[in-house]
Design a protein around this ligand. Structure first.
Ligand code: NAP
Ligand code: HSE
Length: 456
């Protein structure tokens, strides 16, 4: 007679976008997984805020609870799956679960990016697992490959599009001419955005994910507060259009690099060449380009947010943690043992695109050039067009210079008495590709001056 498969009992904290994805996959794949693994994954309790709310997936209402003790104090629950979000009370629940020798699977970047040390220490003390593949890149398996499969490399750079919401917004603004608000509303409806989308659009979510990736890549503790972060809220359709006409793609990139005990880490919108490997990563897709001594370049690509992709990453972790429980082993090792300084890329060479509106007066283009030259910043290109009756728009691309100096020069330009407004300076990592002669970024006739030295 065959014995029924053994059960691994799970407490699920959160039944929103990600929690529903996990439940749907368990419902659809549960029997097959049980056959394959020799145990069933059985959700015993689900913590929610409001049990009366309609759910995205059918669940037995008797499983729902608003009391975390129903999970944390249940000795039969071996595995806690945290997909609630936020730092508190969530971190306290995670630490209590680990303290009770329950393994934890989480998709929480806020906790893993900035409180990872505390959480890892608790897991190690208690000999249980803490897995967090869903916290970076949604459904893309990237953390475990980086930690394990690429462990033999010295990784020196990680560059990614690691926020699905902002990539979706920029894609819709670029390809369909949607407004920022329209695209954000759609990203929220599709379950990509955070409950408060400020974290997405201001770049904080990408900074947290970059901190997690960088900590693993360089075996060093990188926290999101050390990542220089800019979001996409100050970008305009005119900026996007300007890049499009030059064959550039505007992407919110997250990048870190390690050299000589220093990690430079930043998140910012960047114009990249249309042939760049990340240029065709559109919609909610994410990609992470890892550069290492052994592998050269390796790219991880896939759906970076959403219910089922993230549910897939979380379920993969659940299965691994459950297998480990059966074998009485844990994989938890914090690999952050190196001491490094973390900061922005102050001295790295950078070029910037900048759009300003100025009061129209004679000799003005030359004044713009002189203002920047005072800081040793030359211009690669400058487009100028009248905005009748009394203003003009100047769009410029600087020559390469140390980033901090270029930013100081742009700040000084911002204080010029004739300046009316200044858009967001955007890094350019693409080659210059000329617009058809006599046309501005917006397609209107312009008085175009490419100033080699000094303008006029
Ligand atoms: P969500 O849709 O807002 O769902 C959150 C769930 O947690 C809800 O079921 C909510 O209960 C419950 N909850 C929140 N705070 C609670 C509290 N204090 N007590 C009890 N229950 C509480 O969030 P989500 O999009 O699934 O994201 C969950 C986590 O995964 C976050 O850390 C997020 O950053 C991360 N993540 C999300 C995605 C994605 O694509 N959405 C991808 C990767 C990682 P009610 O339903 O009753 O309100
Ligand atoms: N809000 C996040 C994003 C969810 O848009 O990428 C996935 O982590």
């Amino acid at each position: 007679m065959r014995h029924p498969p053994e059960q691994v009992k799970i407490g699920l904290m959160g039944l929103g976008t990600v929690g529903s994805g996990v439940m749907r996959l368990l419902r659809d794949r549960g029997e097959e997984l049980a056959r394959r693994n020799g145990f069933t994954l059985s959700v015993q309790k689900i913590l929610v805020r409001d049990p009366s709310k309609p759910r995205q997936v059918p669940v037995d209402r008797a499983l729902l609870t608003t009391n975390p003790d129903d999970i944390l104090d249940d000795p039969e629950i071996e595995l806690v799956v945290e997909v609630m979000g936020a730092v508190e009370p969530t971190k306290s629940y995670v630490l209590r679960a680990l303290g009770a020798k329950k393994s934890v699977v989480t998709a929480n970047k806020e906790i893993m990016a900035d409180h990872g040390e505390e959480v890892f220490a608790a897991a190690e003390r208690n000999g249980v697992d803490i897995f967090f593949e869903g916290s970076v890149g949604g459904g893309i398996p990237v953390l475990r490959p980086l930690k394990e499969s690429l462990a033999g490399n010295r990784i020196f750079r990680v560059t990614g599009i690691i926020n699905g919401t902002t990539n979706y917004i920029l894609t819709k603004m670029t390809q369909e001419g949607q407004t920022f608000q329209q695209a954000l509303a759609e990203a929220t409806r599709l379950g990509y955005a955070e409950p408060d989308p400020t974290a997405d659009v201001e770049g904080y979510d990408a900074a947290r994910k970059l901190a997690i990736l960088s900590s693993i890549a360089y075996q060093a503790r990188v926290q999101s507060r050390n990542v220089r972060t800019e979001g996409i809220t100050r970008l305009t359709p005119t900026d996007i259009e300007y890049g499009k006409r030059r064959g550039w793609s505007l992407k919110l990139l997250a990048e870190s690099s390690e050299h000589g005990g220093r990690v430079d880490a930043w998140v910012a919108p960047v114009f990249i060449d249309r042939n760049h490997p990340l240029a065709k990563v559109d919609d909610v897709l994410n990609a992470i380009l890892v550069e290492g001594e052994g592998i050269g370049e390796t790219m991880f690509y896939g759906r970076g947010a959403g219910s089922l992709p993230t549910g897939s990453a979380v379920l993969g972790d659940i299965i691994q943690a459950a297998r480990n429980r059966r074998r009485e082993v844990s994989f938890t090792t914090c690999t952050c043992f190196r001491d490094v300084t973390v900061g922005g890329p102050e001295e790295s060479p950078a070029r910037f695109y900048l759009r300003i509106e100025v009061e129209k007066r004679s000799g003005l283009p030359a004044e713009v050039v002189r203002s920047l030259e005072r800081w040793g910043i030359g211009l690669e290109r400058m487009d100028y067009r009248d905005l009748p009756p009394s203003r003009a728009e100047v769009v410029l691309v600087t020559q390469e210079a140390p980033e901090s100096r270029a930013r100081t020069a742009i700040e000084a330009l911002g204080r010029a008495p004739w300046l009316v407004s200044m858009g967001m300076p955007i890094r350019v990592e693409a080659e210059e590709e000329r617009a058809p002669a006599g046309e501005s970024a917006s397609g209107e006739k312009l008085e175009r001056r490419v100033l080699a030295a000094g303008g006029r």
